[in-house]
Design a protein around this ligand. Structure first.
Ligand code: SAM
Length: 254
């Protein structure tokens, strides 16, 4: 396959690309990634969350184009299977994958993950602040944790409910807290492991990239949106130069 050099980190320890997730993964060599952490833009969620003429998915300064903040990944079983098989191919023999799900996509796509990976846990992300919802209002999302081959986690006393406050008035739609990805990477980076490569093919505002760099890992990511790549680039560069996360506006301790 051509363009397989995408993984070479020269002066920088990160590389991000304005590419569709499957194209990005197809350009990554076999068995080269240590940890995938990702938060896809499922198309199913928006379809389920219609309320009257509007959608109950939160408020952002940015209204998005034609009522959508960003392009959605078409999450048919077929497309999702291609995505998962590429994730499996690029992961190293002993590696971990964390895939985020809302409750709707977990029901429709969670079982597809089982065809590619042995699912070890469904971690509940307790967002600590009540959200929207037709009946019971949502305060949780889910992180499906799986492995390729056998790899332990760094701390066996971590539980599967993670209470991390969601970002209020985020600068990027569906921006996730860096702490969430940091916790995934921390669990999957074993003592003495160095130069790990973390990948997020649905990068958004770059929260996973900041978490990876903060964990002294290399990072490769992509997003189909030019805007996401531009925001992430600025965020990553400022973090590297000044140790400031411009989207969470906190000085990050290393
Ligand atoms: C849920 S958001 C990710 C948010 C991110 N975790 C953060 O903290 O900012 C999903 C992202 O997937 C991107 N996206 C949608 N379809 C895509 C595709 N086919 N390939 C790659 N990225 C895609 C969207 O542009 C959006 O930025």
């Amino acid at each position: 396959m051509k363009n397989k050099k995408i993984i070479e980190f020269k002066k920088k320890n990160y590389a991000i690309f304005n590419q569709d997730a499957i194209t990005l993964l197809k350009n990554i060599p076999d068995s080269s990634i240590d940890i995938i952490v990702t938060d896809p833009a499922y198309s199913g969620m928006n379809n389920h969350l219609k309320l009257g003429k509007g959608r109950i998915v939160g408020k952002y300064k940015d209204k998005g184009e034609r009522g959508k903040w960003f392009k959605e990944f078409i999450d048919t079983e077929e497309n999702y299977s291609i995505f998962l098989s590429e994730c499996f191919r690029v992961l190293k023999e002993k590696s971990h994958i964390y895939i985020m799900f809302d409750s709707y996509s977990l029901l429709s796509l969670g079982s597809v993950v089982r065809k590619y990976f042995p699912v070890k846990n469904i971690i509940v992300w307790d967002k600590a602040i009540i959200g929207m919802g037709h009946y019971f209002r949502r305060q949780s999302e889910f992180i499906l944790f799986s492995s390729k081959g056998k790899k332990p986690i760094s701390n066996r006393s971590t539980n599967d409910v993670w209470s991390i406050k969601r970002i209020v008035r985020s600068k990027y739609p569906t921006q996730k807290p860096v702490e969430l990805f940091y916790k995934m990477i921390f669990a999957s980076k074993l003592k003495d492991e160095k130069n790990l490569i973390v990948c997020d093919p649905f990068l958004g505002s770059g929260s996973a990239a900041i978490a990876a760099l903060k964990s002294n890992c290399n990072f490769i990511g992509g997003d189909i949106s030019k805007k996401a790549i531009s925001i992430s680039n600025k965020r990553i560069q400022t973090f590297i130069k000044k140790k400031i996360d411009i989207l969470e506006e906190k000085k990050i301790k290393k």
